[in-house]
Design a protein around this ligand. Structure first.
Ligand SMILES: [Zn+2]
Ligand SMILES: [Zn+2]
Length: 265
């Protein structure tokens, strides 16, 4: 009986396995969709086929990106067919395509529309973001720790996706850079204060608070280049609360916006 049951089970498993395998690929991330939309808009009126060199190239890049983020578990992850299908998914959001009553591929994920709405009308912004993501992935070997990391639930992912969010946070945590910034400010001002609300940890907590302050990187994330040296002028000191506010919205708030919010309460 047991043998019979097992064989029945394996038959059922065999029947469903291909479906399960394709479903086990994680949903496309914001950055991946940005790269795919960039390719889509380049070939909007005549989409490339599965064997097109640019489809192949994107498939390979997404494989690398997936490895850097820990999403690529092998198998059919972002293979050429997957990339080709994703280009087809964008069609249904493309007014140029659907105006003749065509619908594009029916299935996709909800984030395609989000990325379409964010970037389709700003192709330059899109290609700058795509180039920055590409740069970060292709030169990942230069800063191997930059893209690996855990999800920070209190940080809203940047409009430009996970790769550049992680690169931003990595730069902000660079100890020698953070120390150099604090040292410079201490020498000039004699204290470490939040540049938005003036909170001074040492003033409130005494010696225990000395040296405590967050460092925020103000360079827009789509301009981040791996290996590029961060200048101290690109860093601002923020208390943990103000820093949290900056990263709580998408797009992230500028320092000026946080100041305005605070002044208008
Ligand atoms: Zn503050
Ligand atoms: Zn920050």
């Amino acid at each position: 009986m047991a043998i019979k049951a097992a064989s029945k089970e394996s038959k059922v498993q065999a029947l469903y396995e291909p479906i399960q395998r394709s479903q086990s690929n994680p949903a496309w991330t914001q950055d991946e969709l940005i790269l795919a939309l960039d390719l889509y808009l380049k070939h909007r009126y005549s989409l490339p086929g599965k064997y097109h060199p640019e489809v192949k190239e994107l498939s390979q890049l997404l494989g690398m990106l997936g490895k850097a983020l820990g999403l690529n578990k092998g198998g059919s992850f972002r293979n050429e067919n997957g990339v080709y299908m994703k280009l087809g998914n964008f069609r249904r959001w493309d007014p140029e395509y659907v105006k003749d009553g065509k619908t594009g591929l029916a299935k996709g994920n909800k984030n395609e529309k989000v990325v379409w709405d964010q970037f389709a009308d700003s192709p330059i912004k899109l290609s700058i973001a795509a180039a920055a993501i590409r740069g970060a992935v292709e030169t990942h070997a230069l800063e191997p720790d930059a893209l690996t990391g855990w999800e920070e639930t209190e940080i809203m992912e940047a409009e430009e996706g996970k790769v550049l969010t992680r690169l931003h946070r990595y730069r902000e945590r660079n100890r020698s850079l953070v120390n150099a910034k604090k040292k410079e400010v201490l020498q000039k001002q004699g204290r470490l204060q939040c540049e938005v609300c003036s909170f001074d940890f040492a003033e409130t907590y005494g010696p225990a608070g000395e040296g405590i302050i967050d460092v925020h990187h103000i360079k827009p994330v789509h301009t981040l280049k791996p290996g590029e040296k961060t200048k101290l002028t690109e860093l601002v000191l923020l208390c943990a609360n103000c820093h949290r506010l900056v990263h709580s919205k998408r797009p992230w708030l500028s320092i000026e916006q946080v100041r305005d919010i605070k002044n208008n309460v």
